[in-house]
Design a protein. Structure first.
Lengths: 255, 247
């Protein structure tokens, strides 16, 4: 198992008082290599905190975290943050931002750039590569941030609303690009989205989370065959699964 | 060509010429533009003004550079360790808020009447401003920028030179913008005190005491131009050095 969380508890200090707010309430999660797990739940329930704990940015108050990488050459964790605009380096070109991960791991700049160029070409990323990060549109910035995470081929990938700023067309394309590049590399992926269609289209399994403090309410297997096509969204099986999830979600939000 | 930028100076000059030519203001208080222009050319070509400007620039430059280095040395640790900042906050704010000419007599007592005391006062105040700017700059590096860089594998020197330093630089340079003007102000004021025979501040005060109004205006004009040119030069440098400021 590439990513395993067991009995994770997490509290955060409350701003106003000395009390601590529980954010995660006994969260279990298991993602094998080559699988995609989608987290779906109400706003602010703690999905991003789960990703932070997997990545090691936050430590849990209780429970165990295990993240393993197959292949020592690869970065252990790639994390596409929700606020990708903070992540990009404004003094570097789009291309150098994409190549950043390779440079950081010691690859010479020229070689890192070359690999970034091939990657962007192969995957059809439409980015003005010579522009500084701050000269890009918000959508382009998100593409750069996504490419920066994908290029070094991390063993475990955490995607926090990775397509939120993209237009419809780019969004559909990037779903497929992300799935296919990471799928080929056998990465374990945790995918956070507010869009249930997107979460289902992408994932092998969907975890429905409760309101804060987040618990795993239910796990849904997403059995659709790969490679998937956009037509999937119009099938009866898809609509049925979607209805179950939305039903459970609405029941949770209503309480 | 943005020809409109000339409108302001031309208008001012016309106004000046009008009030002097009509005798509205006596020449002792405001000489005519031509008198000042003549004084300006005489005092720069044959007189002491260029030398004075050189002395003022040297003191300003020395204070500015010293403050840039000291400010960084103090400011970065202040930004990194919140506890240190809180411990020193009151002291820093007190001295930063103090009108620094108040310290000139003290500096002269401690360091003598020479250049050292003038440079020291300007450098002291500017160091505090730079330190606070640098501390803010360090403090406000986007958290996710560093987290993401670390997760991508950046560490040690690479993290420092490729992520942290460029993130902090715009804030540091913003401090330089403030301190360049501030250093000039303090140096010019300090030159009005006893103990120097050069410098634009001393010259302005000298002409003032001798009722040489046109000469005084000429010296004031040189001070103004010095400040203006320094600011513009740093502005252009900033645009090239840290083009990502505020992005």
């Amino acid at each position: 198992m590439a990513i395993t969380l067991q009995g994770i508890e997490k509290k955060f200090p409350t701003k106003a008082s000395a009390a601590w707010t529980p954010v995660l309430d006994h969260v279990d999660l298991a993602v094998p290599d080559g699988r995609i797990v989608a987290l779906f739940g109400p706003n602010g329930c703690g999905k991003t905190t789960i990703l932070s704990i997997i990545s090691g940015i936050e430590a849990p108050d209780a429970g165990t975290v295990s993240v393993t990488a197959n292949g020592s050459e690869r970065p252990k964790v790639g994390f596409a943050f929700q606020n990708f605009r903070d992540v990009l380096l404004p003094w570097q070109s789009a291309l150098d931002n994409v190549a950043f991960g390779l440079c950081a791991r010691g690859l010479p700049r020229a070689e890192a750039r070359q690999r970034a160029i091939s990657f962007l070409d192969e995957q059809g990323f439409a980015i003005p590569r010579g522009n500084y990060a701050y000269q890009l549109s918000v959508g382009q910035q998100q593409l750069v941030a996504l490419a920066r995470v994908l290029l070094p081929n991390p063993a475990n990938v955490l995607l926090d609303e990775p397509f939120s700023a993209l237009d419809h067309d780019a969004r559909l394309r990037m779903r497929d690009v992300t799935i296919s590049t990471l799928g080929k590399a056998g990465a374990a992926i945790v995918f956070v989205s507010h869009d249930v269609d997107e979460a289902l289209y992408v994932s092998d399994e969907l975890y429905l989370l409760s309101k804060r403090p987040a618990r795993i309410l239910r796990r849904f297997a997403v059995p659709f065959q790969r490679p998937r096509h956009y037509d999937l969204l119009t099938t009866a099986e898809f609509a049925d699964l979607r209805r179950q999830i939305i039903g459970a979600f609405l029941a949770e939000v209503a309480t | 060509m943005r020809w409109r930028i000339l409108l302001g100076p031309v208008f001012l000059l016309l106004l000046w010429w009008t009030v002097t030519a009509t005798g509205l203001i006596r020449p002792l208080f405001l000489p005519s533009p031509w008198q000042v222009l003549t004084a300006l050319s005489d005092l720069t070509v044959k007189g002491p003004l260029l030398q004075d400007a050189g002395a003022t620039l040297y003191r300003t430059g020395a204070a500015f550079c010293l403050a840039a280095v000291i400010g960084l040395i103090i400011g970065v640790p202040l930004g990194v360790w919140k506890g240190l900042y809180e411990s020193l906050e009151v002291v820093l704010d007190f001295f930063r808020s103090m009108p620094s000419p108040a310290l000139i007599p003290l500096a002269m007592l401690l360091l003598g009447l020479g250049d050292l005391s003038r440079i020291a006062v300007a450098a002291f105040t500017c160091s505090l401003v730079n330190a606070i700017q640098a501390a803010y700059a360090v403090h406000s590096v986007p958290r996710h920028r560093v987290l993401a860089a670390r997760l991508a594998g950046a560490k040690g020197t690479f993290l420092l030179t490729h992520v942290l330093m460029p993130s902090v630089l715009p804030g540091v340079v913003a401090g330089w913008r403030i301190t360049l003007s501030l250093a000039l102000i303090i140096v010019v004021v300090s030159e009005m005190f006893i103990g120097t025979r050069t410098g634009l501040g001393m010259r302005i005060y000298d002409y003032h005491l001798m009722f040489r109004s046109a000469d005084m205006y000429a010296a004031i004009f040189i001070v103004g131009m010095t400040g203006y040119i320094l600011n513009k030069a740093l502005e252009v440098t900033e645009g090239h050095l840290v083009h990502w400021t505020g992005k």
